[in-house]
Design a protein around this ligand. Structure first.
Ligand SMILES: Cc1cc2nc3c(=O)[nH]c(=O)nc-3n(C[C@H](O)[C@H](O)[C@H](O)COP(=O)(O)OP(=O)(O)OC[C@H]3O[C@@H](n4cnc5c(N)ncnc54)[C@H](O)[C@@H]3O)c2cc1C
Length: 505
């Protein structure tokens, strides 16, 4: 092993929204802190952590080609031909691979009766998936909320997360096509005990007439200026956290350009390497609480396209009302354990090429996410002998569906039909997206109130049984959810980072 580098107060593994929330919060609280953030993927030219939707088309494509890990530099169409061959040649499967991401396992093997997560994907680059995300930030509702955190504390953390992400509440959006769509959905889906239909809070802001998405860089803010001891080191892999006598003392990191391996000594280590790779780093470190990698869950996803009826035709509304940002949200409720979303694509804030064909100008999208039955047996597992592209323990995913899951999927199908019929004509039957498509992998390092073998960390994200070791990211969320998780993830990271910063003294 090479020479030891100077100590830092905090070593953060991963530069996505979770790692960024830790860094920013610790830096705000203790500007004199030394914080090293390591990221296995490359830096993206331009503004650090910038959202790709804010880039020019050519810069966006260049960024996407950089963050695809083993498929870096390969245009998606070429990679698809290779990845899908022999597994699942269906169109749905192909549609789930997004530019900038790469598959967890291009040849997933399923156990008997299992369905796996064939489309499970990740991104490796500065900003993580937070330079690609769609910025939807619903708050968790009812049983989606985390019981081991007092309600007022969770609400305060969600408030702060909204600030960090720059989430805008949709004021005055109840006009034009979005207003008409919301009214139609509310008439059908509002009811006693159900969270009312509204608009999706989103981490976006208008600059003049340009809509800007919050990328991970927005969370980091001006940390390089305000915290002189902050450093973000790209193309640097955390191979393992080093634990001595039950205390995390740093991590072994590898410079991917030179192959040099160094021990970085740190007072605190925070692993925010995404929902599948955070347990991988812990596994590689010999930190293996019984729940590590288990309770893996992602919400089911069903997306359908609709030809909108005349009354929702964007052309029928005055031009100044067409631009309203309005993604209608039918929130999760225990009585309806799923989340619906409806939008007119002509109003979409996303850079979609709609062409001039009037038919495509009338397209709407109906998306339903269903909560998964959380089970110990659904898990990401790691090999003791085989390694992945980065030389880390190879992953395999065990994933099945219960009777209740099948009922949820059937209810999603019915709600897809109901919501689509209210506003237009379905272009094709609603189909369940391939497992892994949601990109929201939860539960693998879940938090819990006590160390009873069913959780990996405490309510402040401290790993049970190892001092000075924290985890962050969607994997920490212990509940079955349909809501997009990043807001909650940033909230949990903030809450944990406040506690960590206090310990820095
Ligand atoms: C197209 C798209 C749309 C999305 N839309 C939404 C949405 O609307 N709402 C929502 O809530 N969420 C959405 N998401 C998901 C959202 O992006 C993630 O929830 C969020 O990025 C998770 O943050 P994270 O920091 O935990 O992980 P990531 O953003 O995945 O970052 C983890 C980082 O850790 C790095 N890393 C991994 N292992 C190591 C290692 N050993 N050493 C060093 N670095 C390592 C990775 O390279 C990666 O950069 C979307 C994602 C995508 C791709």
């Amino acid at each position: 092993m090479a020479a030891t580098t100077p100590d830092v107060d905090v070593l953060i593994v991963g530069s996505g929204p979770a790692g960024a929330a830790f860094a920013r919060t610790i830096g705000d609280a203790v500007p004199s802190a030394t914080i090293l953030m390591v990221e296995v993927g490359p830096a993206i030219p331009g503004v650090r952590g910038e959202h790709t939707q804010n880039m020019t088309e050519s810069d966006r494509v260049a960024a996407q080609l950089l963050t695809q890990g083993p498929h870096a530099g390969i245009e998606r169409a070429t990679a698809l031909a290779d990845i899908a061959e022999g597994i699942d040649p269906s169109l749905e499967f192909r549609q789930t691979v997004l530019p900038g991401l790469f598959f967890v396992d291009p040849r997933p093997v399923h156990g008997c009766g299992e369905v796996g997560l064939p489309a499970a994907s990740m991104a490796s680059g500065v900003g993580g998936m937070g330079i690609y995300w769609a910025a939807s930030c619903p708050r968790p509702r009812q049983s989606e909320r985390i019981a081991c955190i007092p309600g007022d504390q969770l609400d305060a953390a969600l408030d702060r997360a909204e600030q960090l992400l720059g989430v805008s509440r949709v004021e005055g959006g109840d006009i034009g096509v979005p207003g008409a769509l919301r009214a139609a959905m509310a008439a059908e889906f509002d009811g006693p005990g159900l969270s009312p239909v509204g608009f999706m809070p989103s981490a976006v802001r208008w600059e003049g007439d340009t809509l800007r998405f919050s990328g991970t860089g927005v969370i980091l803010g001006e940390i390089e200026r305000t915290v002189p001891g902050f450093e973000l080191r790209s193309e640097t892999l955390a191979r393992r956290v080093v634990v001595e006598d039950g205390v995390a003392i740093g991590a072994e990191i590898e410079d991917r350009r030179t192959g040099a391996v160094t021990l970085v000594r740190a007072r605190h280590v925070v692993v925010c390497a995404d929902g599948l790779r955070t347990p991988q780093v812990l596994f590689a470190s010999g930190v293996r609480p019984p729940a590590l990698g288990h309770h893996l869950n992602e919400h089911f996803q069903m997306v359908s396209f609709v030809q909108l009826n005349d009354e929702f035709d964007p052309a029928a509304f005055p031009p100044d009302e067409r631009g309203a940002l309005g993604y209608v949200l039918i929130p999760f409720s225990d009585a309806r354990p799923m989340q619906g979303g409806v939008m007119a694509l002509a109003n979409s804030p996303y850079k979609l090429s709609m062409g001039d064909d009037p038919a495509t100008q009338r397209l709407g999208l109906v998306a339903w996410y269903g909560a998964k039955d959380v089970l110990h047996r659904d898990a990401v597992e790691f090999s003791e002998t085989e390694t992945d592209f980065y030389g880390m323990p190879k992953m395999s995913i065990r994933y099945g569906r219960t009777e209740r899951d099948l009922e949820t999927i059937e209810q999603m199908r019915r709600n897809s039909l109901r919501s689509a019929e209210l506003i237009g004509r379905l272009i094709e039957e609603p189909t369940l997206a391939a497992g892994g498509s949601s990109l929201h992998y939860q539960g693998t390092v879940r938090m819990g109130a006590v160390d009873d073998g069913l959780s990996v960390c405490d309510p402040y994200s401290r790993v049970w049984g190892v001092e000075n070791l924290y985890v962050g990211g969607n994997g920490v969320i212990p509940t079955a959810t349909a809501a997009n998780p990043t807001l909650t993830t940033v909230a949990l990271a903030w809450r944990s980072a406040i506690r960590l910063a206090a310990a820095l003294g």
